[in-house]
Design a protein around this ligand. Sequence first.
Ligand code: F6P
Length: 551
Amino acid sequence: MIDQTAAWGALAAHAEQARRVHLRERFASEPERQARFTRSAAGLTLDLSKQRWSEETLALLLALAEEAGLPDAIRRLLAGERVNVSEDRPALHTALRLPESASLTVEGEDLVPGVHDTLARMETMVERFHTGQWRGATGRAIRHVVNLGVGGSDLGPLMVTHALSDYRLRDVHRVEVHFASTMDGSQLADCLARLDPETTLFVLSSKSFTTIDTLSNARTARDWLMSRLEDEEGVDAELVMRQHFIGVSASPEKMAEWGIAPDHQLAFWEWVGGRYSLWGGIGLPIALVVGMQGFRELLAGAHALDEHFRTAPLADNLPVLLALAGIWNVNFLDIRAHSILPYDGRLEYFAAYLEQLEMESNGKSVTADGREVGYATCPVLWGQLGPNAQHAFYQLLHQGTQAVECDFIAPLRRYDEVADDATRRHLKGQHRLTLANCFAQSRVLMLGDDAIDDEGPRPGHKRYRGNQPSTTLLLDELTPATLGALIALYEHKVYVQATLWGINPFDQWGVELGKQIAGETQRILEERRGLESMDASTRALIEAAWAADGN
Ligand code: F6P
């Protein structure tokens, strides 16, 4: 295991001394520090100088990466080898963003033509919506598309459509995109209350097409359509099914069983993991908002980062450096909490997206070959828009007892395109205000009390210890391409960390038992018997639900 290697031992010994050095001392004694720890690629700039490390630390971490076989692991991932060992398949989200001119032969088949066929089918669908030709069963053009999916079949398109709202196509038939994921039906009920069944279409997004959350919402949506269109308007049920549903899944059989018309299915491959799937059919809502050209730019941005990941030396490789900073914090400085703090309202769902990407991938405690690890893996990762979090949990970051690694994310340019001069001036001022806050917060977290020239000693409640490590990630501007690169950066970071920890980031067996037990619990709730098998707490909870439901 990795913690038994000489490189790990050297890092542990080095950490003994390194952890005693405050970040303010590092900056005071190293004038070149910012330049030495900053790298750029694909429209992103990564400033890692506020990490609690030195060049010696980085050299030792790079040696650890070599010892873990990282260069070969990168090659294996991108070549389509079966890196997802528990499910015995490749993890080829990077194939979804290869340009049409590329080829990638995996186990005897070139995957690129199939990928681009799907993109072409998406394009045809998107075109039908944008020209007002996709009509509901009563002949009216579809105006609302509701994505029904959860986890990777929801968070990716939700996050990206929000992030790219400035790039919404304006000169096309307008289609509003909505998202409903929760199994309790509350988000869907909210949509149904506002939408007209004649002009509403549902996209059933589910890699497995077995997820109860999504299928429950889908059934409710189907009954809503049928009761309004078939019962009230007398429209043929088959026509309703055909005109009001699209399916996106790796299981064409299950989509067909559910009644999705074959030409309204977007199939994808088992080798695309759910939380890595926004780059194909699951991204249909994105293409509906920004158009296929915007979607292709998103893919191109991710591909540029893939190429950087494949070709840059480890010491200059953005995902590798980001991952190594995390490993240093988690495994050698015992910092087990990580906060994602975007300073741009359009990135509202970015932290939620990364929570799944990182914790569902690397929240594991056995190695890929089934041995219990003796070291920490994925930290607790959470986040919020930075400016809002300043008024919420930054108190803990500055003065709590918990050490937390922070990622500050911000676009350098913003609002250039706003036409009206006065509004642009104001909004640009607000952007500068936001950047000032972003830069100030990481500085205070780093320096603590030393960030300000002070009059003298302060009482305890006004003291800041500083020394909280952070990374600042600047986007030249937030475009489809830089967003694609940003997402790919974190995807590869996760893979690098998994490689060093020796775990498989592409499965998620930890979510299965809960699903199984929920099924049994649901049967007891519905049938009102079988309580004997329950523990006292769960028994009382079920009885409370029964009582509330009427006896
Ligand atoms: O239960 C976890 C999970 O399998 C995630 O990995 C996945 O993104 C989500 O559920 C939804 O799965 P599906 O796309 O198969 O409905």
